[in-house]
Design a protein around this ligand. Structure first.
Ligand code: MRU
Length: 352
């Protein structure tokens, strides 16, 4: 029998802290060198923290938006949840508009709306309860996915991950990084490689730092090294998270994921997507319908705050891409593993 994972040892960071009064956001822009929190006292401050990447990662921005709704309710007086919802709509729309690609944001806000619709005079407590549930359910889902995903990995394997999908990006433990934590704990994973994830460097600044807190040694690579790494035989799985999984299995995730999937298929390396069911969007038919966030090209012009590009140069900065379902070997959610995901399998697992 497998020894249960010591969660106190693996997984010590939280991106968000609800004090009962304020949402404290661990400011990921300063990591790994500055560990500082931004105190959000209103929903627009939360929307700004999401837009400006103080908090990032699909599940974490959904959770932040849920707490943002609780903060927006501060100034509202209403007899029941239905009335409160009418007042809260504009603030919730601003939260929803903070970033376009991760469906978890809209999903969490829809859960808050649904809860309000069925709440009476206690709607304020109900909102707070719903936000806490969203956060706790995400942590539980991640732990379950950790077990399910790790079980697919043969002992002694090497893995490559992209972006940051850990505690920092979720309610805790992480999605792809949760599988990696569980896989390392079970000695299934012997080598962890993390791509630096240009331009925002989620891999270099966040993932390897987060793993270091757990005592997990990870090797950082430049993104451009990935195909060469695969060719050397050091990795058997690429394990990534997701921002939106479409009804046919096409998966939007951090820019560069698609290139990893193509290179993995060419080299006979398996490709695993790990995401909670809150990332599955059955209302979006396929990847062509996903809105891909494009950020300020200025993000490409600097490294560590120092300008590296000549004046007058143009740049294009899409920050997500879509991996076609046919390149995905395993989709892990808390509901189970779907091998070779396609429209029929997703409809069976997630259809209404
Ligand atoms: O721009 P980011 O840092 O929010 O992008 C994050 C990702 O692409 C993650 O892979 C995804 O949100 C899953 S996080 C568990």
């Amino acid at each position: 029998m497998q020894t249960p994972l010591d969660y106190a040892r693996y997984d010590r960071i939280r991106p968000l802290r609800w004090t009962g009064d304020v949402l404290e956001v661990l400011d990921q822009r300063g990591l790994p060198f500055a560990v500082e929190h931004v105190a959000c006292r209103g929903s627009d401050e939360v929307a700004e923290a999401i837009h400006d990447l103080a908090v990032r990662g699909a599940p974490a921005i959904g959770i932040a938006a849920a707490w943002g709704t609780v903060l927006a309710a501060r100034g509202v007086s209403a007899a029941d949840g239905g009335q409160a919802l009418a007042h809260l709509r504009p603030a919730m729309e601003r939260l929803n508009a903070a970033r376009p690609t991760a469906v978890n944001l809209a999903w969490a806000l829809e859960r808050m709306r649904r809860r309000l619709r069925v709440s009476g005079a206690d709607w304020r407590d109900a909102l707070q309860d719903e936000a806490a549930r969203i956060e706790a359910e995400d942590l539980a889902a991640n732990r379950r996915m950790g077990e399910l995903g790790a079980a697919m990995i043969a002992p002694g394997s090497g893995v490559l991950t992209h972006c940051n999908t850990g505690s920092l990006a979720t309610g805790g433990f992480g999605t792809a990084l949760g599988v990696i934590r569980a896989g390392v704990a079970q000695a299934r994973i012997a080598r962890v490689f993390a791509g630096e994830t240009r331009p925002w460097l989620q891999g270099a600044r966040l993932t390897v730092w987060e793993l270091q807190q757990d005592g997990i040694a990870a090797t950082l690579i430049a993104d451009a090294v990935a195909a060469h790494l695969m060719k050397t035989g050091q990795v058997q799985w690429v394990i990534v998270g997701a921002d939106r999984i479409c009804a046919n299995g096409d998966t939007a995730n951090k820019i560069g994921t698609y290139a990893l999937a193509i290179a993995a298929r060419y080299h006979g390396i398996r490709f695993m997507v790990v995401a909670p069911s809150s990332t599955v969007d059955m209302a979006t038919a396929d990847g062509d319908a996903v809105r891909i966030e494009e950020r300020d090209p200025g993000e490409l012009m600097k490294l560590g705050g120092v300008r590296t590009v000549a004046d007058g140069i143009q740049a294009w900065n899409p920050v997500f891409d879509v991996t076609p379902a046919e390149l995905i070997d395993a989709l892990v959610t808390e509901r189970g593993v779907i091998e070779r995901p396609d429209r029929a399998a997703l409809e069976y697992a997630f259809g209404s």
